[in-house]
Design a protein around this ligand. Structure first.
Ligand code: DC
Length: 229
């Protein structure tokens, strides 16, 4: 069967990655979580002390970028890829509130985006890939055969992130998470370089009132339509 490129973009915390990971497993495709890559760069900057109250030390981060190596390793237990930064497992650390608070500012930096987009294109070169992010259908793979733009209400997205952090035992506050979701929507949609926007040829999926299973089926139907067309 022919292999295609599937671009899944949309707002933060709307379940894009759960959906994309499940579909990748089903189709035996490679799954790439590009948000995890921007999160890994943010973690690197935090650990190097390049982010402070005053903002990001952009010149130092730019110099350091060549030392930021991001890889994904399949976890046989979960059947999903885990994120590694310079060979170290960082899957949990990159989902912390600390990283979430700063990632939109880091992801708005041109030199960070250039490096990540190059890496993403390389990772998806062979097709048979599902990539989720904000600019996959618009910038990274504008020729993707299937583009989906996922959204859900901010309150529902905040609740999902709250449940996720709670399940991991991380102390969290719903209102703080909601503010973070709203702020990231604002920053992601208004930044100068590659702002979050729906590609003209993307199909919209509002999953506010859908179960994970329903989303999976919906997406599989869209894939089938493309594969037989
Ligand atoms: O999907 P996420 O919440 O893990 O993404 C983290 C941040 O990274 C998000 O605030 C926006 C940014 N991002 C981006 O700018 N471009 C992408 N392709 C993916 C994520």
């Amino acid at each position: 069967m022919k292999k295609i490129t599937i671009a899944i973009d949309g707002h933060s915390s709307c379940g894009k990655s759960t959906m994309a990971k499940d579909l990748a497993r089903e189709l035996n495709y490679i799954y790439i979580d590009t948000g995890a890559m921007y999160r890994a760069v943010t973690l690197y900057a935090l650990e190097k002390g390049l982010i402070s109250e005053q903002g990001i030390d952009e010149a130092s981060l730019q110099r350091e970028m060549e030392h930021v190596m991001i890889t994904f390793v399949m976890n046989p237990e979960t059947g999903r890829p885990d994120t590694y930064l310079n060979g170290k497992y960082v899957e949990d650390k990159i989902r912390s509130m600390e990283v979430s608070k700063h990632v939109s500012q880091v992801a708005a930096l041109g030199f960070v985006r250039e490096a990540m987009v190059d890496l993403q294109r390389l990772m998806g070169e062979a097709k048979g890939v599902i990539m989720d992010g904000r600019d996959i259908g618009t910038v990274v793979f504008p020729d993707a055969e299937l583009k989906v733009f996922v959204t859900a209400s901010a309150e529902i997205r905040a609740q999902r992130r709250y449940d996720e952090l709670k399940a991991k035992g991380e102390a969290c506050d719903y209102d703080e998470i909601l503010q973070n979701v709203l702020e990231r929507d604002r920053l992601d949609s208004t930044r100068e370089i590659s702002p979050l926007r729906k590609a003209d040829d993307a199909i919209v999926l509002d999953n506010s009132h859908m179960t994970i299973e329903e989303q999976k089926e919906w997406l599989l139907e869209r894939v089938k339509e493309v594969l037989i067309s």
